[in-house]
Design a protein. Structure first.
Length: 264
């Protein structure tokens, strides 16, 4: 991605390391994660793989505390963003979710204009200057590789975009807050191969700017986009390593069985 001018009032994040330390998570009496310890390096793409129901999305949503919206949940252990425990009593959850953006499996633009979708977060955060919002909108849309496709229809409904464009718009909406970390939960599973390719190219271009954690069932996608991969199974972290090693010389026989298609 070519250099994009940074708008006034937006600070480029300087870190974005994530670390789970003996982290367990419970939905009521059901334990979904068991004593997870995992370090996610800043400014890299880390893929979380494993069969359905193995805890990948629960782990992802624990990083920015989206699981808090579900009654009866609790955790033990720590989830750190840089050196900050995200579950500490003093944590400002709104500020946390500005630092840790989220993009879901199914694109979810607001039923508003393209422009209003992108600047929604900055407006909530108190930015009211029209010129500054204009800069942020262009900045985020360029970073999401969408500006050239929508620059002439920013006031049109976001719902008129194609599925792939709507997903990139959701990425732009997350990027408008200048997050340190971007979480993606199966972001291309509902897209066609062309749109999927655009999302993957976008992730490659963003990885030098933001820490990316992606949940995917598509092992080929994990191999294409990530530098590191973590394999979850039945709520446990079986192993984590460089993606190349995970796919060619996994240490655990369960990982080998999964990546070679013998189960999952």
């Amino acid at each position: 991605m070519s250099a994009i001018a940074q708008p006034v009032g937006i600070d480029v994040p300087t870190s974005g390391a994530v670390e789970a330390r003996n982290f367990s998570f419970f939905y009521g009496r059901k334990q979904a994660l068991f004593d997870i310890s995992l370090s996610i390096e800043p400014r890299t793409i880390t893929a979380l793989i494993g069969p359905s129901g193995c805890g990948k999305s629960t782990f992802l949503r624990s990083i920015n505390r989206l699981n808090d919206t579900i009654p009866g949940t609790r955790h033990t252990g720590q989830m750190l963003l840089d050196t900050d425990d995200v579950n500490a009593p003093a944590t400002d959850v709104v500020a946390l979710r500005q630092r840790v953006g989220m993009v879901f499996q199914r694109w979810n633009p607001f039923p508003r204009s393209i422009y209003d979708n992108v600047v929604y977060g900055p407006r909530i955060n108190g930015i009211s200057s029209r010129s500054q919002l204009d800069e942020i909108a262009e900045y985020a849309l360029r970073r999401a590789a969408l500006w050239d496709e929508v620059r002439d229809r920013l006031r049109s409904s976001a719902l008129g975009l194609s599925g792939g464009q709507q997903q990139r718009l959701c990425i732009a909406r997350a990027l408008a807050n200048q997050p340190e970390v971007l979480l993606l939960d199966e972001p291309a599973s509902a897209l066609d191969p062309i749109a999927t390719g655009k999302i993957e190219q976008l992730l490659h271009e963003l990885k030098s700017e933001v820490t990316i954690v992606i949940v995917t069932h598509n092992l080929q996608q994990a191999a294409r986009v990530s530098a590191r991969t973590a394999f979850f199974f039945l709520g446990e972290l079986i192993e984590a390593d460089t993606t190349d090693r995970m796919f060619t010389h996994p240490r655990d026989e369960r990982t080998e069985a999964y990546v070679t298609g013998r189960f999952g």
